[in-house]
Design a protein. Sequence first.
Length: 149
Amino acid sequence: MRRRFFLAGVVMVAVATLVGCASNTSTVRGAEKLYLAVEVSEGGRRVAAPKLLGFEGHSVTAERRAPGAAEPDYRLILHPEEQGGGYRVLLDLELPSGHRFGKVGLLHGEERTVFLDQRTELKLMLMRVDSPEFRALMQNRPLLKSGSI
């Protein structure tokens, strides 16, 4: 009799554990889809302006290379991570003039500028793809003047 109660208790604990694990995995959200608009200037001259789609927690790489060129005009690696109510983006930029690193914290829809050195400026805007602001941006894309992203 005791053995039956013990086995029943073990089975109940196992079922409760499985149900708990199953409910936790269903509530864990996937990586947030993000839109990143970047503008890089060096010495006051714009050298890059990629518009990228990526995922929070995953690196996004943009590279421009002339046909047949051994080295790229630029290579930019962005790694956005959720942090508090906003995001932290790690920056890795390679230009013919050298390699630069940085990071910037920003909120959804916010535009920030960071100076990677005395001559290199990077402007970044980040939006969640599944947001009314992003949908409005994609529907009402006016012609952007130079210097705005």
